[in-house]
Design a protein around this ligand. Structure first.
Ligand SMILES: Cc1cc2nc3c(=O)[nH]c(=O)nc-3n(C[C@H](O)[C@H](O)[C@H](O)COP(=O)(O)OP(=O)(O)OC[C@H]3O[C@@H](n4cnc5c(N)ncnc54)[C@H](O)[C@@H]3O)c2cc1C
Length: 478
């Protein structure tokens, strides 16, 4: 009855590395993937990975270590991540990146670097793949480079018969015998193995579950892979697994809902650079549903910015700017030129344009009198070079040259924070803290909070997903 050493559910970042590592050990593996292609979120992710003590760092004279990486993560998340998992992740991370380098990973020239899109590390340790648009932030889905590095190994082990792959087959539940997980159920039947590894990803494309687990968010605006629907979490919960970490949810800033009410923001196509004042200084003001400013738009802490926006009604705000600001300097939307922004404003889906501030307010449904007062007050602050309202010190641009624009942006979700509780061996735990025998998990199914706590620590989802998958493939005893 038991045909496989290992069943891996989900062929994304963690599932692919897990299968490859187990195949390298000579194991016989079944990989079940519900979509029509392998790769999962590798087709979507910005692909930023972080590690302390890599060959690439050493070659550039950067002194770093897993211990320093660990300390930085715990500093940024104020000790809210799971210490043993962060320790494991930071220990494995340099090996993962050196391995990718051996596989020919095309590092972006300027990496490792300190990334300012999240609360910054103290040492340059973040890398990603080449990105033609790169301007200090990843603006493309560079995770595809990781996929391309893994593919030859994947194909080698498929050809050798170590990995058997079922595409378009969804695991619907886990199977148990003698109180140990020993298989999975799918629409084409049941499959059995000595051990089962869940690498099905997160749930940031499941609005109902997200709403239940994240009541502080009014709605889910998602830029996650559409396959991230939490399937593995539900299957494990049916076996008594513990779920934790969703209370730590933090959203990313700058989500643009290109199609109103779609619930989707496509990070790969367009996002607003409103989180990071190191890469781009704000030439605009931000207003909430009351048509009022609510922060210093030049606030340097990404973490502080994210938390301020999450407190705004419906976690959204409009970026208000004028024609002069649009025509000068780096674009507010890195993927779009000023001309593209002008064109999109004609469609009036996410950007609006008007010759007066009152006209603009009418178009976006805000109180015209209040918006006019807000803009006038800000323009006065620029003239006086003093912002009495929010203490903004960067006051180079007023909002005075018609036409005027409003871009609607949301706090949006690329990832999910909650996930399955596991021990340091990545064995899934039940609500009493006991190991569920035979069941392992890696990747975003553990939740961002496991390795990043209540904050965004650069690269601390993708790197652990790749590392933990590989670690399980190497260490699982079958
Ligand atoms: C736009 C974006 C940008 C990001 N940028 C970064 C970044 O720069 N740095 C970082 O650290 N993290 C980033 N992340 C997060 C990170 O990329 C992911 O957390 C990670 O890739 C998830 O890997 P995974 O293997 O857990 O899941 P996935 O790669 O999503 O793989 C899960 C696989 O399981 C399959 N599956 C699901 N359910 C079933 C089922 N029932 N049966 C069979 N198969 C199933 C899915 O189809 C999928 O192929 C980003 C995410 C997004 C969306």
């Amino acid at each position: 009855m038991i045909k496989y050493d290992l069943i891996i559910v989900g062929a994304g970042s963690a599932g692919m590395t897990c299968a490859i590592a187990a195949a390298e050990k000579g194991k016989k593996i079944l990989v079940v993937e519900k979509s029509e292609r392998i790769g999962g979120t590798l087709h979507w992710t910005a692909g930023q990975m972080s590690a302390g003590g890599t060959r690439r760092q050493k070659a550039r004279g950067i002194v770093d270590s897993p211990a320093q990486h660990y300390a930085d993560v715990m500093r940024i998340c104020e000790n809210t991540a799971q210490p043993d998992l962060v320790q494991l992740a930071t220990q494995l991370a340099p090996k993962t990146l050196d391995w990718l380098e051996d596989l020919g990973f095309p590092f972006a020239e300027n990496t490792p670097t300190i990334v300012h899109g999240h609360e910054p590390y103290s040492i340059p340790r973040t890398v990603w793949g080449e990105d033609p648009l790169n301007a200090g932030v990843t603006t493309q889905r560079t995770g595809i480079h990781i996929y391309n590095c893994l593919l030859p190994l994947w194909e080698k082990y498929i050809a050798a018969g170590n990995i058997e792959l079922f595409l378009n087959i969804k695991m619907t539940r886990l199977l148990v015998q003698n109180r140990s997980i020993n298989g999975i159920r799918t629409k084409i039947g049941a499959f059995f193995a000595q051990k089962v590894v869940l690498t099905t990803g997160g749930y940031a494309s499941n609005p109902a579950f997200f709403a239940k687990m994240t009541p502080k968010m009014t709605r889910l605006l998602s830029s996650a892979a559409p396959t991230s629907t939490g399937d593995g979490i539900f299957a494990a919960q049916n076996m008594g697994a513990k779920f934790k970490g969703s209370g730590y949810h933090l959203s990313t800033l700058g989500g643009i809902e290109l199609e109103p009410q779609s619930g989707r923001a496509d990070f790969g196509s367009a996002w607003a650079l409103v989180s990071n004042v190191i890469v781009r200084k704000p030439r605009e003001i931000y207003v909430n549903e009351q048509a009022k400013r609510f922060m210093d738009e030049n606030e340097p802490s990404v973490d502080a910015r994210e938390r301020i926006v999450m407190k705004q009604p419906n976690q959204r705000f409009w970026v208000i700017f004028d024609e002069k600001s649009l025509s000068e300097g780096a674009s507010l939307i890195p993927q779009w030129t000023a001309e593209r922004i002008r064109t999109e404003a004609k469609a009036e889906k996410c950007i609006w344009k008007a010759t007066t501030i009152a006209g603009l307010a009418k178009k976006i449904g805000l109180d015209a009198t209040v918006l006019k007062e807000t803009v006038d007050q800000f323009n006065k602050s620029v003239l006086q070079q003093k912002d009495n309202d929010w203490g903004r010190t960067y006051l180079e641009h007023s909002v005075t040259t018609a036409p005027f624009y409003a871009l609607l942006t949301y706090a949006y979700s690329l990832i999910s924070f909650g996930g399955l509780a596991v021990n340091r061996n990545l064995q899934v735990l039940d609500n009493q803290g006991n190991v569920i025998k035979g069941l392992y998990a890696a990747g975003e199914i553990l939740g961002a909070a496991a390795t990043s706590g209540n904050a965004f620590c650069g690269g601390m989802l993708l790197t652990p997903a790749l590392s933990f998958g590989r670690y399980l493939g190497e260490t699982i005893n079958t």
